[in-house]
Design a protein around this ligand. Structure first.
Ligand SMILES: [Zn+2]
Length: 217
């Protein structure tokens, strides 16, 4: 019988277990950070169980955010339109710039209520091993902002993450600023933040203290 050979030693995972659309959903969910294959499967089955009116707003929200949200032309924070709400807010101090790695880092700093200045989002941290060089980040754009005589800058707070790459980025930027803008104070968040952790996971009290106690670099 030829039939027996099909089920002999062939590994089962070679055949897709679920219907193609379900597999596609699992694959897409598993591409998200922090979501492994198992979680992706659990989420996919949860979505399948949900009534359409509960789950379609999620799909719609993903589509809307990708269609309407871009980068602020000044600070590279998330923005609907050419500029973000912080850059458009004239009550914010334009002579204070807080440099962060990702747009997600703006939120915890905003929550501290300790920062009245603007931001500059680099889009990552320097990591030559991973191929992230100064040209890959918005560092040149930061220097252009600082050089702009129309908007004098008093202080640049480098609030990159307290990780190896975040520290390297902070040192690079501090050295770069020193070359052409020695009159500008360059500061770094005070210690107290958990080393190796991301800013977005810091509680606002710790982060607020780190911001208030920032030191020159
Ligand atoms: Zn902005």
């Amino acid at each position: 019988m030829t039939r027996t050979s099909t089920w002999s030693s062939a590994p089962q995972q070679a055949e897709p277990v679920y219907a193609a659309p379900v597999n596609r959903l699992i694959t897409e969910l598993a591409r998200l950070p922090g979501i492994g294959q198992r979680t992706a499967q659990r989420l996919a089955f949860h979505i399948l169980r949900m009534p359409p009116e509960d789950v379609l707003p999620l799909a719609e929200a993903i589509r809307e955010v990708k269609e309407t949200v871009g980068q602020c032309e000044v600070c590279f924070n998330l923005a609907v339109g050419p500029r973000c709400r912080i850059c458009e807010d004239t009550r914010r101090d334009a002579d204070l710039i807080c440099v962060v790695e990702e747009p997600g880092d703006v939120i915890p700093i905003e929550r501290t209520n300790e920062w009245s200045g603007r931001y500059h989002v680099l889009g990552g941290a320097l990591s030559p091993i991973d191929g992230v060089d100064p040209e890959d980040l918005k560092i040149a754009e930061l220097y252009e902002r600082v050089k702009d005589p129309a908007h004098p800058v008093r202080e640049v707070v480098v609030a990159t993450n307290p990780t190896t790459t975040g520290e390297a980025t902070a040192l690079h930027i501090a050295a770069g600023l020193r070359e052409f803008a020695s009159d500008i104070t360059v500061t770094r968040l005070a210690s107290g933040l958990p080393v190796g952790a991301d800013l977005e996971y810091a509680d606002e009290l710790t982060l607020g203290r780190a911001l208030a106690g920032r030191r020159a670099v």
